[in-house]
Design a protein around this ligand. Structure first.
Ligand SMILES: Cc1ncc(COP(=O)(O)O)c(C=O)c1O
Length: 367
């Protein structure tokens, strides 16, 4: 059997006629920049998440930049964030000249360990940036409570978690600003780069809308230093089709995760844990396993692709040498990076494929 990790081609074939039609409509109108599909998408995202303002943008990295720029994060400001995440989370902080201050993650959820945040707060701290890693929100009430107490902003890096909930609310609808990515393999992905920022604060939303288009409040009148951060109309057209199917696709991802959790029975495997009051968008189904690299090779030989998210925590990345962190500073993140293994995850995995993966993995991990 040969398993597809993300099944992007299958997904396209499934929605092909609708997607082709939506793209063709943009081509026919040639409204490539900020066409009406963008307006439709933003309205759809607001309806889906319940947030007051959804603003589409070029990708999930620029979404983080827009969020921090709107909150006036400047050189020398400190932002607290986990080191066990994709580089964009901390890279964007550093890109603005601000300082990523890392706090280790919790071993069971892989998300920021809220009990360790307060000890890192200084007079320079401006914001906390939790990441909803692999699709599951962090302990957002606790993050918000700490932020309120110390007068800090909360920016949720929800690049992986569109459609997840925390205590019944979308994580796009929490924090001061929440972001997401529509990278093709994300739970809701377009066919290129894409992203969005979300906020219930009308003023912040207005600033982000302007920042996205070179800081202009009127054509060729630039109130802020902004960026070329718009989403392409063609990508919005793709997303409008996929958003219509997203509830169903999300439920299927949740079903895939449930079957994995039922069928993976080896004692050598640590299964992902979703907290009682949260739901995950299951961007990844990631297990912990010793001898991970060996297991990965064996699965590969059986036609099962896997991925490692992430092999090196951010405090050990060369680009962050200047921050002065050392091996041993964040032991949980360091351990996870050695044992984490993401299994094929998408809405279109067949039951027999999941069964096959579980049989192979239960077997392989015993060796
Ligand atoms: C946690 C996290 N933040 C930010 C990003 C950046 O998103 P994009 O690739 O759309 O720029 C990603 C993308 O993988 C991510 O996983």
């Amino acid at each position: 059997m040969k398993i597809d990790f993300a099944n992007l081609q299958y997904q396209y074939q499934l929605y092909k006629s609708e997607i082709d039609e939506a793209i063709q409509a943009v081509l026919d109108k040639s409204n490539y920049i900020m066409g009406e599909e963008i307006v439709q998408l933003e309205k759809g995202l607001e309806e889906f998440t319940g947030v007051n303002h959804a603003i589409s943008c070029s990708n999930g990295t620029d979404a983080l930049l827009l969020a921090m720029m709107a909150l006036d994060i400047k050189a020398g400001d400190e932002i607290i964030t986990p080191p066990f995440t994709f580089i964009a989370t901390a890279e964007t902080i550093a890109f603005l000249g601000a300082i990523p201050v890392f706090v280790d993650v919790d071993e069971s959820t892989y998300n920021i360990n809220v009990s360790k945040i307060e000890e890192k707060i200084t007079t320079k701290t401006k914001a906390i940036m939790p990441v909803s890693l692999f699709g599951q929100p962090a302990d957002l009430d606790e993050v918000q409570a700490i932020a309120n107490q110390h007068d800090l902003k909360v920016i949720i890096d929800g690049a992986q978690s569109f459609g997840s909930t925390y205590k019944g609310t979308s994580d796009s609808n929490l924090g001061d600003i929440s972001t997401t990515s529509f990278f093709p393999a994300k739970p809701l992905g377009c066919y290129g780069d894409g992203g969005a920022v979300f906020s219930n604060d009308a003023e912040l939303a207005d600033i982000m809308r302007q920042l996205r288009t070179h800081g202009q409040n009127k054509r060729y009148h630039h109130k802020y230093i902004g960026m070329g951060g718009r989403l392409d109309t063609i990508q919005a057209a793709v997303l409008n089709v996929k958003l219509k199917h997203y509830k169903k696709d999300l439920a299927k991802r949740q079903k895939v995760a449930k079957i994995y959790s039922q069928k993976l029975q080896s004692h050598d495997i640590v299964l992902p844990i979703i907290q009682k009051n949260s739901t995950s968008a299951w961007a990844q189904y990631s297990i912990l396993i010793k001898q991970r690299d060996k297991v990965q090779d064996q699965l590969k030989s059986k036609g099962i692709p896997t991925a490692i998210h992430y092999p090196m925590p951010l405090h050990m990345q060369a680009c962050f040498n200047y921050l002065g962190y050392q091996l041993g500073d964040f032991p949980v993140s360091e351990k996870l990076s050695k044992e984490i293994l993401s299994l094929p995850m998408n809405a279109f995995l067949q039951d027999k494929e999941i069964e096959y993966i579980c049989i192979q993995l239960n077997r392989v991990s015993l060796m």
